[in-house]
Design a protein around this ligand. Structure first.
Ligand code: NAP
Length: 292
């Protein structure tokens, strides 16, 4: 298989390229500034033959991901997350290529108390979620595939557990919200699922893919730091994190209180669920650079 990975320098894109190459696929990785998904002329390059006619799939991991900044940079967020995926979907449809686009749990308002399925009604709480929703609608309307995920963490970027571990190592006092629940999702495992999707070719459409456990940010931080201590430092330092409420930590963008995603639809397509978060966290801490 020959694939294009857009946003290949990002947290997910980096692991997706690693997974594709490890399974013997050919990959063209593209990112800013060489390829801008918000520019129709760049997206048209996909149909121009520039990347060879044997392309099979385009993965779009490129996105405007600054959730809070999006509240004041609405146009920028909509250009990249709302319009860009539509340009890509048009090019892919013209070229007869499968487009696998990444969506987010932030399209939901978090008022449910059981895992969100692909049939659940969307109602984003902020600009980032609104812009991502526009993009996924454009992809679906043109016959593409959208894989929504949540709470991504990986070693190739400033992920939440990495930030927490770094702050703990610097002996900063830690306070983390304990009233938002989600499904931490390891980029290495999501990359495996995305390549499975491209290889097994389930019907185009909307799928959810997130880690198998629901937890609060507080629990996630505690587990990540404790594992880093046990695995990497092999020490017995105390891990003390104050549990706070969302109202104690105001942010420009509102976030869903509950955004656990069901994996059932992909599982019905014979795509394996992700392993326990503890296994993924173990791999994650071992992949972090010494100077984290
Ligand atoms: N992170 C999460 O917790 C999370 C949760 C749910 C869903 N998602 C979705 O998962 C996908 C991957 O997220 P991620 O965390 O890996 O994001 P990321 O680390 O921010 O990577 C995104 C990449 O896209 C690039 N990019 C930004 N604008 C672009 C444009 N106009 N054209 C081409 N490339 C552009 C970024 O470059 P710059 O760094 O130079 O801007 C970066 O290399 C996104 O669709 C995101 O919405 C993420």
């Amino acid at each position: 298989m020959k694939a294009i990975v857009l946003g290949d320098k990002g947290m997910l894109g980096t692991d997706l390229v690693i997974e594709l190459v490890s399974r013997g696929h050919e990959v063209v990785g593209l990112d800013l500034p060489d390829f801008d998904i918000a520019k129709p002329e760049d997206c048209a390059r996909i149909v121009s033959g520039e990347f060879d006619e044997k392309l099979d799939v385009v993965f779009n991991c490129a996105a405007y991901t600054a959730v809070d900044k999006a509240e004041i940079e609405r146009d920028a967020a909509f250009m990249v997350n709302g319009l860009g995926p539509g340009y890509l979907a048009q090019s892919c449809a013209m070229a007869g290529l499968r487009l696998v686009h990444i969506g987010t749990d932030f399209v939901f308002d978090g008022l449910k108390s059981e895992p969100y399925t692909e049939d659940d009604v969307t109602n984003p709480l902020g600009v980032y979620g609104e812009s991502k929703l526009q993009g996924e609608k454009a992809v679906l309307a043109l016959g593409g595939t959208v894989v929504r995920t949540a709470w991504l963490f990986g070693p190739n970027g400033a992920s939440f557990p990495r930030t927490m571990i770094r702050a703990w190592l610097a002996e900063k006092p830690l306070s983390v919200v304990s009233d938002q629940i989600g499904s931490p999702t390891y980029t290495g495992e999501l990359a495996r699922v995305l390549v499975d999707v491209a290889e097994k070719n389930p019907p185009s459409g909307l799928y959810h893919a997130a880690g198998p456990e629901a937890m609060t940010w507080h629990e996630f931080a505690t587990r990540a730091i404790t594992l880093y201590r046990d695995e990497i430092l092999k020490g017995d330092q105390e891990v003390e994190i104050a549990a706070i409420q969302t109202s104690d930590w105001p942010t420009p963008a509102r976030r869903p209180t509950y955004s656990v995603l069901s994996f059932d639809k992909l599982a019905e397509q014979d795509i394996a669920r992700m392993p326990p978060v503890q296994d993924s966290l173990k791999e994650f801490v071992n992949r972090l650079p010494a100077n984290i």
